[in-house]
Design a protein around this ligand. Structure first.
Ligand code: SAH
Length: 283
């Protein structure tokens, strides 16, 4: 893709000096950026980006200074404060600031906190949503986050709180009862605890679980397992974060919808993993 590729005709917003745009970069694949994100990259003086933002995306802002604000897994919140105040300082210096965050800025990304700090300091903002890993990352693994035969609701949870501890505040009984599909961000560190809680809440040992690491990037890997065996399987496979964990029968749909495998020449493993007949025939 050439840097000079024009945006489609239309009124694209202008990133003014002294403004901060908080923007989602999607889960990895640069093609999953929005056009608003591209418009922002073209105009920024400074791009301040997180660990999960692919470096290739920064190539689309060659004119800008690139500042890494990476922070993985429950570091002290002072760091978050530093990032927010750094954004304030950059804006006050009259920079056009693009704050680029992985996925969607308002999904487990502390985008809300950063935006609030900016507003509290009188810095004008714009929010540009992005494709969250818990939706787009699963789609790249061939897993529909909702599927008519499986779930009428989906729950997004974070596997640990700000201090890196397992989220004691989550009511796993209620989540387990209320949501056939559970999508867990930042869940790898406490997967043993989470699986035990879900099993204790009555979910079956055989419940399908898919773990998608580095989703949508060239390093994407998918571990297909079950609630009963996931801890041992993760250990055996050496699966490392960043990972999205999908618990629920939607994960089994990968057996028919692993489109990346199919592009690589693999046959679908099972045309009807949920045993419901073909959707078009039972509509
Ligand atoms: N705002 C982001 C989430 C930030 S929290 C979003 O909307 O996607 C960081 C967590 O997101 C990671 O620990 C991991 O659980 C998940 N994540 C983000 N990008 C990912 C990717 N490419 N592959 C797998 N998991 C990802």
């Amino acid at each position: 893709m050439s840097d000079s590729m024009p945006l489609p005709q239309g009124q694209w917003p202008v990133l003014q000096p002294g403004w901060v745009w908080l923007c989602g970069a999607g889960p990895g694949d640069p093609g999953l950026l929005t056009l608003h994100a591209l418009n922002a990259l073209r105009q920024a003086d400074v791009v301040i980006y997180d660990a999960l933002v692919q470096e290739a995306i920064l190539d689309w802002a060659p004119q800008a200074e690139h500042i890494y604000a990476g922070k993985r897994g429950g570091k002290p919140s002072a760091k978050q404060r530093d990032i927010s105040l750094h954004l304030v300082d950059l804006a006050r210096d009259g920079k056009r600031v693009l704050r680029l965050k992985g996925g969607d800025p308002f999904v487990f990304g502390r985008g809300g906190e950063e935006a609030q700090t900016l507003v509290q300091h009188g810095v004008p903002i714009r929010i540009i949503p992005g494709i969250s890993a818990g939706i787009g990352g699963l789609a790249y693994a061939g897993i529909p986050v909702t599927h008519r035969d499986v779930n009428q609701s989906v729950t997004f949870v974070t596997g640990h709180d700000q201090s890196g501890n397992a989220t004691g505040s989550l009511d796993w009984q209620a989540i387990s009862k209320g949501s056939q599909v559970i999508v867990i961000y930042m869940g790898m560190k406490h997967i043993a605890h989470i699986a035990a809680q879900l099993l204790a809440a009555g979910r079956p040992l055989s419940e399908p679980v898919a773990i998608v690491t580095n989703a949508t990037t060239e390093h994407q890997q998918v571990l297909e397992t079950t609630l009963g065996t996931c801890v041992a399987d993760i250990e055996a496979a050496g699966t490392e974060p960043p990972a999205i964990i999908c618990v629920g029968r939607a994960a089994a749909m990968r057996q028919v919808l692993d489109w990346q495998g199919q592009m690589a020449g693999e046959a679908p493993r099972n045309l009807d993993p949920l045993g419901r007949g073909r959707p078009a025939e039972s509509a």
